[in-house]
Design a protein around this ligand. Structure first.
Ligand code: KIV
Length: 277
């Protein structure tokens, strides 16, 4: 079966059906996320702190992102695979941005790329325009853009218009320009609910929120948060399972079984010496 296409996403969007996106960074989880029925699997640069053991997204390299994307690509059959371009793998020049974006489609099997854009970030908007012209589907990402975390000084909610928080107007303007440049969807991260609503009303492409409230066209979560595998929990997110505890309990039970000699039992043994099958 072919993977979810942009026209298929737009059919849902035009019918008013919410779109679903979840991150995945490896094949086993991507396979399950796909079977769970999401529209899009995002190979996020949140791999940095959710998969690769870094403190945040900044250290993620192009090679790591390509490798994660290729693993996800091998596992996903139905959802659209969106690859997040890591910090500074785009922006230094139009040429390297296009070449690096192309690698996600040509080498790693992604269906689209995602780029973070600062408020009124002309450089990224130009890149989105060039990529779109060349046939690379692009998802924009505005609001809290974690690749700018050092500059912002923290994970501030955006749209409040004070300190490290952009104004609603700047975010609406950026979203409009991204849509005009050809982005087929826009992720809105950690914005006030009013910002999510205003941006969604201003653009004619789907908005996909994470901590962006209820008045957006779809939702995205980080899979480790959803599965209860994260060390931290966030108010805007929701854990639908507690796999962290389940994994710890399973490992502790295994350690106990090996320690007390109950694993392996005769049923786990090839040609047991005592003859018991
Ligand atoms: O990298 C990521 O997981 C993301 C989501 C938070 C949207 O960009």
């Amino acid at each position: 079966m072919a993977r979810t296409s942009i026209p298929a996403l737009y059919e849902k969007y035009e019918n008013g059906d919410p779109l679903t996106m979840l991150t995945a960074y490896d094949a086993p989880i991507a396979r399950l996320v796909d079977r769970g029925g999401v529209d899009m699997v995002l190979v996020g640069d949140s791999a940095g702190d959710n998969h690769l053991g870094y403190d945040d997204t900044l250290p993620v390299t192009l090679d790591e992102a390509l490798s994660n994307t290729a693993a996800v690509d091998r596992a996903v059959e139905e959802a659209m695979v969106v690859a997040d371009m890591p910090f500074l793998s785009y922006g230094a020049s139009l040429e390297t941005s296009v070449e690096n974006a192309g690698r996600f489609l040509k080498e790693a099997g992604a269906d689209a790329v995602k780029l973070e854009t600062a408020p009124r970030g002309e450089t990224t908007i130009d890149i989105v325009s060039r990529l779109t012209e060349l046939g690379v589907p692009v998802v924009g990402h505005i609001g809290l853009t974690p690749q700018r975390m050092r500059q912002l000084g923290g994970g501030y909610v955006q749209g409040r218009g004070d300190g490290s928080s952009a104004t609603v107007e700047a975010l609406v303007d950026t979203a409009t320009r991204l849509a005009d440049a050809g982005a087929f969807a826009i992720v809105l991260e950690a914005v006030t609910e009013a910002t999510g609503k205003e941006v969604t009303e201003a653009v004619d492409v789907p908005t996909i929120g994470i901590g962006a409230g209820r008045y957006v066209d779809g939702q995205v979560l980080v899979v480790t948060d959803l599965l209860g595998l994260s060390e931290e929990s966030y108010g805007f997110s929701k854990a639908y399972a507690d796999l962290g505890s389940a994994v710890e309990e399973a490992v502790a039970a295994y350690v106990d079984d090996v320690s007390n000699g109950s694993f392996p039992a005769s049923e786990h043994v090839f040609d047991p010496v005592d003859g018991v099958e």
